[in-house]
Design a protein around this ligand. Structure first.
Ligand SMILES: [Zn+2]
Length: 92
């Protein structure tokens, strides 16, 4: 181990007076870490989007059932009920 590099690979980079191989170059280590964090963040964001959409679809399903019950119970304007429920249909 020579001047900062934690391994025996050839020294290629100097950083703040310390020497590193290309694998342990702090700039590259940071870039790889940032890349992993960004990938995890994007994955979590996508999961969250899917869960929100699923919740909206379930709410939409409940609204549909409620509308059908009102129509079945004799509501006198089935079309307006149907239209208002369809307006709340979640878009992917
Ligand atoms: Zn190294």
């Amino acid at each position: 181990m020579l001047g900062g590099s934690p391994c025996s690979k050839p020294v290629r980079v100097e950083h703040d007076g310390q020497f590193y191989c290309t694998v342990h170059d702090p700039a590259r280590v940071k870039a790889r870490t940032d890349e992993r964090h960004e990938a995890l963040y994007q994955k979590a964001k996508e999961r969250s989007r899917i869960m929100m959409l699923e919740a909206e679809r379930q709410a939409f399903g409940r609204n549909c059932i409620a509308a059908i019950r009102e129509i079945a119970a004799g509501h006198n304007d089935a079309q307006s009920i149907a239209r208002s429920v369809l307006e709340s249909e979640p878009k992917p």
